[in-house]
Write a protein that binds this ligand. Structure first.
Ligand code: SF4
Ligand code: SF4
Length: 89
């Protein structure tokens, strides 16, 4: 499932923004840092799992139960965002 940021815990440090390979994290108009669920691939196909959650210093990133996607959808998002990272058959 996609990831989401707990606004009350997030310090808005911005580290996760640069870490997301899909450019799926950004600052919203109110200053909150948010994840676009339709851009999040859960870092499918990349080693180590969700990069945003790994780098967040305050553990403000968790699974988003409202946005569950199958593996095929996640992988297609990852490939669309970073075609160069995935080998073509
Ligand atoms: S799990 Fe990966 S793709 Fe999803 S928001 Fe975090 S860094 Fe971006
Ligand atoms: S790394 Fe964590 S604390 Fe920093 S902006 Fe992202 S969610 Fe917020």
């Amino acid at each position: 499932m996609a990831k989401k940021i707990i606004a009350d815990v997030c310090t808005r440090c911005g580290i996760c923004i640069t870490e997301c390979p899909n450019e799926g994290i950004d600052e919203a108009g109110n200053g909150d840092v948010v994840i676009a669920f339709d851009m999040c691939s859960e870092c499918a196909g990349l080693e180590g799992g969700s990069r945003c959650a790994m780098v967040c210093p305050v553990d403000a990133i968790e699974d988003d139960p409202d946005h569950r996607d199958d593996e095929e959808t996640l992988l297609s998002r990852a490939v669309r965002a970073n075609p160069g990272l995935f080998p073509v058959d």
